[in-house]
Design a protein around this ligand. Structure first.
Ligand SMILES: [Mg+2]
Ligand SMILES: [Zn+2]
Length: 267
């Protein structure tokens, strides 16, 4: 549906693992990563790890090969393809990086389904190693967002750009602490889909009253598919109800159609 914007987190939402951890673990560098983690922000550490591993002889091709093996639930790719085929506008907002995400979605054959990808920029430097830069150098958000990215700010930017295109309904899917801030930016007509028993779900359960959107939890790709299709159908009915209601208003002599009421469902 043209009026629906779907925003996906990437790690542990589209793929089953955290792509940073997956690459570091598969390259046998878990110990070094854990040793350095207390000394610097995650994003800077990933940049450093990539340089270190490159010096140890790990090539970009090797990293890409590892990324293509990242585990994913079998229903995720069909779900994304269906949503795209139904006309939804799909976007990714992620604290991974461009090379990791591009490599994986290209491999899965879903790259063309996404109209925008907001993530940390990565590039191959003159020596041939992968460098990862922060998405932003600074932000003032205090809602648990990492220093290099506030997803809430990204959602506000997307909302501002969509405002010119008329009324849009947003569906946001995520699992992590960094997905809590954007969930607070969603509006009453939007939908938050937190992954059950993951950090964002805990935060939402504790702070349910301050979320304006409907909340629909999901546990795996199969459930994500089921809920997403249900929400698309529900939005379609609500939007056509509104159109009908507007027509009735114009004609004056027919009572307004009864609009489906938004439900605050906890499934
Ligand atoms: Mg995630
Ligand atoms: Zn934030």
């Amino acid at each position: 549906m043209a009026g629906i914007v779907m925003v996906f987190d990437f790690d542990k939402t589209i793929i089953e693992v955290d792509s940073d951890n997956w690459v570091v673990d598969e390259l046998g560098a878990t110990h070094l990563f854990n040793e350095l983690l207390p000394t610097m922000p995650w994003n800077s550490l990933m940049d450093k790890m990539m340089s270190e591993l490159y010096e140890q002889g790990k090539s970009i091709d090797e990293i890409k090969e590892i990324l293509r093996r990242a585990p994913i639930h079998p229903r995720i790719v069909p779900t994304i393809k269906t949503a795209y085929a139904l006309g939804c506008d799909l976007r990714i907002v992620s604290d991974a990086n461009t090379l990791f995400i591009d490599t994986i979605i290209d491999h899965l054959g879903i790259k063309s389904c996404f109209s925008e990808i907001h993530t940390n920029p990565s590039y191959i430097d003159q020596q041939g190693g992968l460098r990862i830069s922060p998405y932003v150098d600074f932000h003032t958000c205090t809602l648990g967002c990492p220093p290099n990215m506030c997803k809430g700010m990204i959602i506000e930017k997307i909302q501002a750009s969509l405002a010119k295109e008329g009324h849009k309904r947003m569906i946001y899917m995520g699992d992590g602490i960094g997905d809590f801030c954007p969930s607070l930016k969603l509006r009453e007509s939007d939908f938050m889909m937190p992954r059950k028993d993951f950090p964002v779900w805990d935060l939402i359960c504790e702070n349910r009253a301050i979320l304006k959107s409907e909340i629909h939890e999901w546990a795996d790709g199969k459930e994500m598919e089921k809920i997403m299709l249900k929400l698309i159908e529900k939005i379609k009915i609500q939007e056509s109800g509104k159109m009908l209601s507007n027509e009735h208003c114009k004609s004056d002599n027919i009572p307004n159609a009864v609009l489906p009421q938004p439900l605050r469902v906890h499934q």
